[in-house]
Structure formats: C-alpha cells, structure tokens
Ligand binder design. Sequence first.
Ligand code: GAR
Length: 215
Amino acid sequence: NRLGSEQPGDQSSCQPPPIKLGIMASGSGSNFEAIAQAIERKELNATIEVVIYNNPTATVAQRAMRLGVPSKLMDHRTYETREALDNAIAAQLKTDQVDWVIMAGWMRRVTQQLLSAFQGRILNIHPSLLPSIPGIRAVEQALAAQVKITGCSVHLVELIVDSGPIIMQAAVPVLPTDTPATLQARIQVQEHRIFPQAIAIAAHQANTSFEQQPT
Ligand code: GAR
C-alpha cells in the first residue's frame, strides 16, 4: 500500500495528492505557463491534465505542446449554443478527471452547464481590482477612467461575468505614461505571481470547508 513504501521520517504522507487542473484559455496562455512553472518549481502541488482552447490560432496550443501538456481545441463556432459548448467542455474535463477548472484568459461567458459540473471549483483571472471594472477590455477601461491604481483578481466563477468570491488580488499603479500594452504587461507580472498561489488557497479553503461539514 502507499503508506508501506514510506521511509522513516518521510513527510510525504502529510502531503495531499496533487490537484488535477484543467486549463481553459483563449489566447496567449502566459498564465497557463506561469502555473505550469509554479508546478515545476514545486510551489504548487498540482498537475495540468488538459488545456482546452477555443480559438484555432491561440498560441496557448504551442505553449502546451512545448510543455508536454495535452491540449484540445473546442471551437465555440462549431457548437450551436453556449450550453452545448459548455456541456462538451464539462464532459472533456470529467474524462480527464479534473478537480479544478482554471480559466486563464478564457474569453467566453460560462453557462450553468459548466458551473453545475464543477460546482465551486472554477477559478478565473481578471485584469482589474474587482468589483471595479468587470467585463472586456478592462485595461483600456482603467486607462479611460483615469484610475490611479488597478490590478488583477482571481475569483471563483459564478454566472454573472467577473463576479464570485475573490480569492486573491494584486494592485498595480497606473503611470501617467502608460499605454494599454505597458499597463497590461505590469498587470500580467502580478497575474503570473498570484494565480498559482490563489489556486492553492482556493483548493485548501474548499477542502477545509468540506471537512467542516457536519456528517
Ligand atoms: C489575462 O491578462 C487575463 O487577465 C485576461 O486575459 C489575459 C490572458 O492572458 N482575462 C480576461 O480579460 C477575462 N475577462 P494570457 O493568455 O497570456 O494568460
């Protein structure tokens, strides 16, 4: 048995099994790669089972290939409804026995289909300090609103876009010289730092609250 293989003083029995992640991405995939690197550095006890992407040209697919992670194109244009897409995604993630779904630059609204399949176990990253500036083009919106501080948020996903309990945030000052590209680059540095930490925190919180349920 598993315990039988341990050496005296071996702490591995205290370590919970790795969290199985399924990544959903629409674009570059730099957050996916940051999570993969955190796993590689053993800062996050997880495995990435699959990367699902919806745009045939998304460069996240190349990153996945380079990192040896299986990827699957699920092009939203080939599904009749949002629900049909989410049902297919949920089925794939279940096939891959994923514990947590990580939206790392997923640019589609989710439906109850996916939410019900992974109740309370879907995380999203958004480039603003939610609940300020939800929705698309959050970096451009921050510049247009002339805010002096913006940032990024990792939150549990609910039906309303960019809502749901916030797990972790990082603040980023807006500089007078900022363009959308320079501000986004500084926000992404913070995203890459907090996303792996937020995954660990959310998984820990979920396990803890599960353990506290009355039997
Ligand atoms: C990230 O900056 C993330 O905050 C944003 O997409 C980018 C994806 O970058 N997500 C949203 O705007 C969701 N509303 P990446 O593909 O390099 O990880």
